[in-house]
Design a protein around this ligand. Sequence first.
Ligand SMILES: *Cc1c(COP(=O)(O)O)cnc(C)c1O
Length: 430
Amino acid sequence: MSLARQPGHERHALELDAGDPLPTRRAEFHIPPHGGGEAAYFAGNSLGLQPRALRARLGEELDDWAGLAVEGHLEGRRPWFSYHELLRGPAARLVGALPREVVVMNSLTVNLHLLMVSFYRPTPERHTILIEDAAFPSDSYAVRSQAAFHGYDPDEAVIRLMPREGEAALRSEDVVAYLAEHGHKVALVLLGAVNYYSGELLDVAAITAAGHAAGAAVGWDLAHAAGNVELRLHDAGADWAAWCSYKYLNAGPGSLAGAFVHERHLADRSLPKLAGWWSTDPATRFQMAPAVSPVDSADAWQLSNPPILSMAAVLLSLEMFDQTGMPALRAKSLRLTAYLEALLDEVCAGRPARIVTPREPGRRGAQLSVRVHGRDVGPLTERLRREHGVFVDARRPDVLRLAPAPLYSTFHDCWRAAAALAAVLDDGWR
Ligand SMILES: *Cc1c(COP(=O)(O)O)cnc(C)c1O
């Protein structure tokens, strides 16, 4: 029997929970049931849990719609006309931006495209897009279609950076070195600040600086970074960024995404942008003018009036992140992930599995990725959930992803995950 399955370890986990300086907010979330109790949820990097307060929040908007109908745009308790402005402050704090640099709108891949309209400006001499070989497929499809849209061959125009031989994650210094050598051909760098597969956290400031030194625009996909790690987009000088709000941000399946455009671009009228009626100055929006009156904020990238029901979920989520604050959440996340790492290392020792996420806490977020050799992780994940109530996420062919989310995951959850993984690895499949 492994150490992780001995009772002493469970007691230790419970002591860690009781003694942690940041009490869990688990009770504020719906945790999926398991047996007579609750699941241990490690898939918040894929779909965050539902805040219990959301139902009432949505009810408020439904009530305003029922009772005020069209007048809800101006007379609702949170008027829909300017609803997105309520999200500006907390969204800016989440990603380390100025309020006018951020806007919540659309979904992530849509925002990647809208921002590439402005920031992928290829010329024959400089038209490549640098991504990571392990980019999330949607990002890969997005950049390939952008290259093709501009008349370039995606196989030639999209450069996929590989990790070093024998390593699972890119190194920031290798991205910097690539840009120093080949950056004169790169029009755009688009990387995940935290990689969805390996869990690696890249050095946003160093890579942004290297991209700029090479003359490239630098954008960041924060799908796995927002609500997970502390970000300083403004100070790092990133040109733009986009993120979704249904992973660490708990705003519900397919919920609205965020976008960031650095202050230095906000008044640049030469940047191409696609426009709609929400791009224009709200003061004159209803004058029905044929041309946009520009605003000098990220709002200029909006097209449509936003879906308020979805936005209500994002607002509630951002309020929760604001209440605890990213520094405290990140500190707890480091404690949880280090503990999970120690337990998983015990489980992996002598079993055909190993952690492939970088070992340095500063080079990763909450997530640990475990490569399981010679087994299909699909059935393994299924057994962890059905038999042990442990939700993890499988990335075929051979990686399990476990992400303790510091708002609701506990040390005891980590203990359960390790014990369950040991059990299913030992049993083989049924
Ligand atoms: C989750 C995720 C997406 C999903 O894109 P949607 O447009 O929200 O469907 C895209 N890119 C990355 C890196 C992701 O992790």
